[in-house]
Design a protein around this ligand. Structure first.
Ligand code: 5FU
Length: 260
């Protein structure tokens, strides 16, 4: 199916979700559809990476519960870095419980994720209650949520009807849900953003079930909007130069699409 693609700028204009609108605007302005998954266990190291790689990304993805030295000071610095380089923060928490529990996990505990993460994500296995719980505070605080429609890992059970159900739940909760974690486009609605992890140049996977596609495959063939790259950048000899490489690869693939 060849149809004219909308640009990020056009999609920003169509969005009513405040976080989706902001993210598409950043992608347009910074010419970046790259999200960096900064999976390190030191907060100091995370902040250094965020400052170094920040200019080239639209989004920084965290796993805050792997940090060994989390603090309020870390949160303050991370927010300042996000502001300095104009990227959003996505905590890859993968909420997956009843509404009442995920609400507490979102706003309280050590991390108070809702205070600093512009975007979180959720598994749909509990049913729509997981979204309703998170959106109780997420919507008033103008936060966004991605539903996990597919996963990059080998043997994932998130396929077929499960994936279709994720799209339906997103459509029914579009005041909070802004898109999907997926491995390809799930809907033609231009207001939903598709983000794909499992991206690496030249890698096929790891020993624990991860499976990789290249930026061009993800964007041009599978029609995802944002590529999420972790170890492809983290383990590179020159992470900054490599981040630039991924930024260019991802954005060039998008421009090829828009020009068709
Ligand atoms: F939902 C998912 C998924 O389906 N696959 C993933 O890999 C999330 N991830 C995350 O993206 C995972 O937890 C890592 O944080 C990141 C991928 O890192 P990599 O080093 O690029 O493999």
């Amino acid at each position: 199916k060849q149809k004219k693609m909308l640009t990020y700028q056009q999609r920003a204009a169509l969005c009513t979700h405040p976080v989706a609108k902001r993210l598409f605007t950043i992608m347009h302005e910074k010419r970046s559809n790259l999200a960096f998954s900064v999976d390190v266990t030191s907060a100091t190291q995370l902040l250094q990476f965020a400052d170094d790689i920040g200019p080239y990304i639209c989004l920084l993805k965290t796993h805050v519960d792997i940090l060994e030295d989390f603090s309020q000071d870390f949160v303050t610095r991370l927010q300042a870095t996000a502001k300095k380089h104009n990227f959003l923060i996505f905590e890859d928490r993968k909420f997956a419980d009843i509404g009442q529990t995920v609400l507490k996990q979102y706003i309280s505990g050590l991390y108070r994720i809702c205070d600093w993460a512009h975007i979180v994500n959720a598994h749909i296995v509990p049913g729509p209650g997981v979204i309703h719980g998170l959106s109780k505070v997420g919507v008033p605080k103008e936060r966004g949520c991605l539903l996990i429609g597919q996963m990059s890992s080998q043997g994932s059970l998130a396929t077929g009807e499960y994936t279709t159900a994720a799209v339906k739940m997103a459509e029914e909760n579009s005041n909070f849900v802004m898109g999907f974690i997926c491995q390809g486009s799930l809907t033609d609605d231009p207001r939903f953003i598709h983000m794909a992890p499992g991206v690496q140049l030249g890698g096929s996977g790891d020993q624990l079930g991860q499976q990789y596609n290249s930026p061009a495959q993800m964007v041009t063939e599978k029609r995802v909007d944002v590529i999420i790259v972790g170890r492809g950048i983290l383990n590179a000899e020159d992470p900054v130069a490599t981040a630039k490489l991924y930024q260019h690869a991802g954005f060039e693939a998008y421009e090829n699409l828009s020009n068709n």
